[in-house]
Design a binder for this molecule. Structure first.
Ligand code: ATP
Length: 355
C-alpha cells in the first residue's frame, strides 16, 4: 500500500548528483554541483533567493534537465528519464491542489490517471486514500474541497497527494512558505515525524535557516549556483566552511583584517589571535556573539556600547566599532554594562577566511 517504503520495507533510494551544470542563456544557474544523498535521508537545500535551489530540485524531479553532468538514483543514471518514470513525489507551490476536486480526489489523482493496466481498483484507491488521510491527520475530511481547508491542512493534502503514488523520493519546494509562523512551526515538526515514520529519501528547499536546521539530517548550502557546504546542522554552525556560510547561518560578527606571519592585524595593530594556516594577506575575521570575552588591557577589539537588552541569563550588547558598518553583537554575562561605556573584547572562538 501507500507506505510500502516504510522502514523495514523495500529499499529506499540513494541519489548521486554528479558535476551538474544548468545554464539559462548565458546565466549559469548551477555549476559543478556534486552531491551524494543517502537513502532515507532528510536533506535541506538552503540558500538565498536565486541561488539555484529550485533549479536543482527540478532537475532531481525530472521537471528540468542538466546541461552537463548526471543524476543517479540507486546507481542508475536517470538524467534523461522524464518525471512520469522517476517515481518522485513532489510538493511545489506552483502545483497547488485542484480546486474543483474533493480532498480525496486530489489525493487519488496520481493513481486515477494511470494507464488501466497499472491503475489500482476503485476499492484499492479508496483504501489508500483513507490510509493517507490518517497519515496526514485529516481523517474525515476527504469530502471537503480545498477552499474549505486551512492553509496548513491544504499543505498536508498536497503531501498526501505526493505520497499516494508510492514515490521513491519526496521533493518539497518551500512547502510551508505561504503559511504564518505558528502553523509553519507545527507543520515542520509534523513533517519531521512523518519523514521518520515513512522513511522516504526527502529533499526540501528553504531559504529559512531555522527551518533547515530544525528539520534536516544534513543541510546543503547553495550560493550562486554552487554548493558551499554539506553538513549536519551542528557542524554547519560550529565549523562553517566559508565566509558565506558563516555569515548566512547563525548570527556572526565580522571584520576585515590582515594576516601576517601567523598573526592577525586590525588597523595595523596586532590582535592576540593565532591565524593558524591562513595565508598572508587580506582576510575576514568571524566570530559568534557568545564566543567573546571582555579584556581590560586594551589588546582587544574596542568599541562603544550603544544598546543593551536582556537575553535569557545574558545581555545582548551592541557596540559601535570604528571602520565597520555593522555593530558588534555580543552576549555577555556582565549585568553592569551600560550604553555609552567603552568596551574591548576578544573572540574565544573564531574563523578566518582569506579575501
Ligand atoms: P528562490 O529562493 O527565490 O526560489 P532559488 O534558489 O530557488 O530561488 P532558482 O529558482 O533555482 O533559485 O533560480 C536560480 C537562478 O536561475 C535565478 O537567477 C533565476 O532567475 C534563474 N532561472 C531559473 N529558471 C529560469 C528560467 N527558466 N529561465 C531563465 N532563468 C531562470
Amino acid at each position: 500500500m501507500a507506505l510500502r517504503q516504510c522502514r523495514g520495507g523495500t529499499a529506499l533510494t540513494a541519489i548521486a548528483v554528479q558535476n551538474v551544470a544548468r545554464r539559462f542563456g548565458r546565466f549559469a544557474a548551477l555549476t559543478g554541483v556534486d552531491l551524494d544523498i543517502r537513502s532515507g535521508e532528510f536533506l535541506a537545500l538552503l540558500g538565498p533567493s536565486g541561488s539555484g535551489k529550485t533549479t536543482l530540485l527540478r532537475i532531481l524531479a525530472g521537471l528540468d534537465f542538466a546541461d552537463e553532468g548526471a543524476v543517479l538514483f540507486d546507481g542508475e543514471d536517470v538524467s534523461d528519464v522524464p518525471i512520469a518514470q522517476r517515481k518522485v513525489g513532489f510538493v511545489f507551490q506552483q502545483y497547488a491542489l485542484f480546486r474543483h476536486m474533493t480532498v480525496a480526489d486530489n489525493i487519488a489523482f496520481g493513481l486515477t490517471v494511470r494507464k488501466r493496466r497499472e491503475r489500482p481498483s476503485k476499492p484499492e484507491i479508496r483504501a489508500r486514500v483513507d490510509e493517507l488521510l490518517r497519515l496526514v491527520q485529516l481523517e474525515g475530511l476527504g469530502g471537503r474541497f480545498p477552499a474549505q481547508l486551512s492553509g496548513g491542512q491544504r499543505q498536508r493534502v498536497a503531501l498526501a497527494r505526493a505520497l499516494a503514488v508510492e514515490p521513491r523520493i519526496l521533493l518539497l519546494d518551500e512547502p510551508f512558505g505561504a503559511l504564518d509562523a505558528k502553523v509553519r512551526k507545527d507543520l515542520r515538526r509534523w513533517l519531521r515525524e512523518l519523514h521518520d515514520r515513512v522513511g522516504l529519501t526527502s529533499i526540501f528547499v528553504t531559504h529559512d535557516q531555522e527551518e533547515a536546521i530544525e528539520l534536516a539530517d544534513r543541510v546543503v548550502v547553495v550560493n550562486h549556483g554552487r554548493i558551499e557546504q554539506v553538513a549536519t546542522p551542528q557542524t554547519l554552525y560550529a565549523e562553517p566552511a566559508s565566509a558565506f556560510v558563516y555569515d548566512f547561518v547563525g548570527e556572526s560578527n565580522q571584520f576585515a583584517v590582515q594576516v601576517e606571519g601567523g598573526g592577525v592585524l586590525r588597523d595595523g595593530r596586532r590582535l592576540p589571535l593565532n591565524a593558524g594556516t591562513t595565508p598572508n594577506g587580506a582576510a575576514r575575521l568571524f566570530f559568534r556573539p557568545h564566543d567573546v570575552r571582555v579584556v581590560e588591557d586594551g589588546t582587544g577589539i574596542s568599541g562603544r556600547v550603544t544598546h543593551v537588552r536582556p537575553l535569557g541569563a545574558m545581555q545582548r550588547v551592541e557596540a559601535e566599532v570604528a571602520g565597520t558598518d555593522r555593530p558588534l553583537e555580543l552576549d555577555l554575562a556582565d549585568a553592569a554594562i551600560q550604553p555609552g561605556a567603552a568596551i574591548s573584547v576578544l573572540p574565544t572562538r573564531f574563523a578566518l577566511f582569506p579575501g
